[in-house]
Design a protein around this ligand. Structure first.
Ligand code: F3S
Length: 646
């Protein structure tokens, strides 16, 4: 039987296991990336493990989330990251240089390679045929130290593209259409592999908009085959020699198939406040828009902003609307500036911003209360923009530009005298040779830690009892933004867990952190898809620090589930009836000897609540059980290195 492209790349990197769906496999990682808000813990854990030097082909540390440096704590973090990159042998990208995924795709992403990143949108270079996966920081730390990355072999789904996009429909509409059909849970446990005759009509940057936002489907990764479009893009980046042709075999078998006829697509929009609340733009046309932002790792490339500049050329941003353009990389900014497009946009009334994640995580450009903000980003979870009860819509740059012109949500097909700009790549990406500090150019050779850089928190080995109060009962789709918000007043404590933990779940219940800290243990209860969203391991690390021992949920998002294991919190799955019966404040006891049950491979656990008993399931590999038993991945990795039993 032939192989899918995913299987070919995994096969090339396989160090343990077999490529059977659901089986645990270990794969070799070629490249790692990390960013400023997850990177501090990545390097502190690298240090705590006693590792000396990066072992992967490429390791890159980007500073993109908190680039405004509101406080010395941010600047201290960036200085620490520069020193860690220098000491251990990673590339360092300074604040202002761009968003990790944009800078990585410009400089390092390459067909056939594997990439592990401590950011959930790491799958972006799947559009170039790289198999890229987002993970928690400690998984990146361990991979960077040269160990394999372990994952359950996902299902591989064939997303077959037919036809060609009509005028005004864009790559963003392809992924919005998939979100409309499959929901934010539709990709969980899956890798989406794009095939079919429609692929060749999409440029590499368009493909990367689609693979970037596969994360919103919950997918482990998304990948395109490589072809002339891939080669062409790499040549324009002056990296043509890194091109490799990669295609699935003709007789490859997939676990499932989805067909999207590109020619049927029209401009789409995700309504507040979930990326899958997708409708045609025409359905919400006329809604007044106070703010438009073009940028982010989804649509912040040169090729995304150029259409906006062309649509605004000789026109004015509507008086009732603020329009902000924040490119994804300094390279995109510099090229647009040299070509005169920045001046053109500024003349139209655009506020041109630095290359940063910024507004995507509520840092700067917070919308006015009770107003509509239309963004080209990938996420619109409630409150992520920096204000609770926000109204953030997600759309293509073209729809964003149409709203900037009209001051209201507008189907661009209804604009008078505005031509569809289409997609245009520059002859060469010549703005930069992006401003990276190479390992050879390292400025520091020792770690520099300011007063805000704390210690790595550790948990003891798993005990035999778990009993305590249900400190919080939560609904479906709780995001990592709910667990540890990413707003600037909180982000500055990402390297200081004692302080950061005070904000744990504060957006759900602001008494939680104190209650949990004062209690002796305890558990959390949640509905479906608990922990969706970002890769931030702080969403497991802080509950661990506060003493949470188990999370009982109807289902878990992939990266967060791994993070719970990594920080010694037992993730137990419960059914809907059990979820309904348990209330916040109940006393819960796991009847089994927990250590014994976890290490012996027991799957069903008995949970006692008052006089009732329920069944909860631990679905975990032997390795994951060993990690739990050790008290988390750091302790487990050290045990392994020291030849312990783990
Ligand atoms: Fe940054 Fe938002 Fe992407 S936070 S990495 S631009 S999802």
């Amino acid at each position: 039987m032939g192989q899918t492209l995913t299987e070919k790349i995994l096969d090339d990197h396989l160090v343990e296991g077999e490529l059977e769906t659901g089986e645990e496999i270990g794969i070799e990682i070629d490249q790692v990336l990390t960013q400023d808000t997850t990177g501090t813990m990545v390097w502190l854990q690298f240090e705590a493990m006693g590792l000396d030097e990066v072992q992967t082909e490429i390791a890159a540390q980007y500073c993109d989330h908190q680039t405004y440096q509101f406080d010395f704590k941010n600047t201290d973090d960036h200085r620490f990251l520069r020193s860690a990159a220098g000491k251990y042998g990673a590339y360092f990208s300074r604040p202002g240089n761009g968003i990790c995924h944009n800078v990585h795709r410009e400089n390092f992403a390459a067909p056939g390679k594997t990439l592990l990143g401590s950011d959930s949108h790491t799958p972006t270079p799947g559009g170039l045929g790289e198999l890229a996966i987002g993970a928690g920081g400690i998984d990146v730390t361990v991979a960077m130290g040269g160990a394999p990355y372990y994952i359950e072999m996902p299902e591989v789904v064939n997303v077959r593209l037919e036809g060609e996009l009509p005028e005004w429909a864009t790559a963003k509409d392809v992924i919005l259409e998939l979100l409309r059909r499959l929901s934010v849970k539709g990709g969980v446990g899956k890798i989406l592999e794009y095939t079919g005759p429609g692929v060749e009509s999409l440029t590499a940057p368009e493909r990367m908009t689609i693979t970037n936002m596969g994360t919103e489907l919950g997918a482990t990764s998304s990948i395109f085959p490589t072809d002339e479009q891939t080669e062409d893009y790499l040549e324009r980046l002056d990296r043509g020699d890194e091109y490799v042709e990669l295609q699935p075999d003709d007789d490859a078998e997939y676990d499932d198939e989805i067909v999207v006829d590109l020619s049927d697509l029209e401009p789409l929009i995700a309504q507040p406040s979930m990326p899958d609340k997708v409708v045609p733009v025409s359905e919400v046309e006329g809604e007044s828009v106070e703010q438009v932002i073009v940028g982010s790792c989804t649509n912040g490339g040169y090729e995304d902003i150029l259409p906006v500049a062309k649509m605004l050329e000789g026109r004015e941003v509507n008086k009732k609307t603020e329009a902000i353009v924040a490119p994804g990389s300094k390279q995109a900014s510099e090229m647009l500036a040299r070509e005169g497009w920045v001046a053109e946009m500024m003349a139209a009334g655009v506020n041109f911003s630095e290359a940063t994640c910024g507004a995507c995580i509520g840092i700067g450009h917070v919308p006015a209360s009770d107003s509509v903000s239309l963004r080209t980003f990938n996420r619109n979870f409630e409150g992520r923009s920096g204000i609770e009860d926000d109204n953030v819509y997600l759309c293509s740059p073209e729809v964003a530009a149409a709203a900037a012109i009209e001051g209201e949500i507008t189907d661009p097909r209804n604009l008078d005298d505005v031509e569809a700009p289409g997609v245009e790549l520059p002859d060469e990406y010549d703005g930069s040779k992006t401003d990276l500090i190479t390992p050879e150019e390292a400025v520091d050779d020792e770690l520099v830690k300011g007063p805000n850089i704390g210690d790595v928190p550790l948990r003891d080995e798993l005990g035999s009892d778990i009993a305590g109060e249900v400190h919080l009962k939560m609904e479906d789709n709780i995001t990592t933004d709910h667990i540890i918000p990413a707003t600037q007043d909180i982000l500055m404590y990402r390297s200081n867990i004692e302080k950061l933990s005070e904000f744990t779940l504060s957006r759900v219940d602001d008494t939680f952190a104190e209650r949990a800290k004062n209690a002796d243990g305890g558990v959390l209860v949640a509905g479906e898809n608990y922990g969706q969203g970002s890769s931030r391991e702080h969403a497991a690390m802080c509950p661990m620090y506060l003493g949470i021992e188990a999370v009982l949920a109807q289902s878990f998002a992939r990266i967060h589930r791994a993070n719970l294991f990594n920080f010694g919190i037992v993730p137990l799955t419960i059914d809907e009836d059990t979820y309904e019966d348990i209330d916040q404040g109940d006393e819960v006891e796991i009847v089994d000897d927990v250590y014994e049950a976890v290490t012996s491979g027991q799957e069903e656990f008995t949970v006692r609540v008052g006089d009732e008993e329920y069944t909860a399931t631990l679905d975990a590999s032997e390795r994951e059980r060993d990690i739990l038993a050790a008290g988390g991945k750091l302790a487990w990795t050290k045990e392994q290195a020291e030849g312990g039993s783990g």
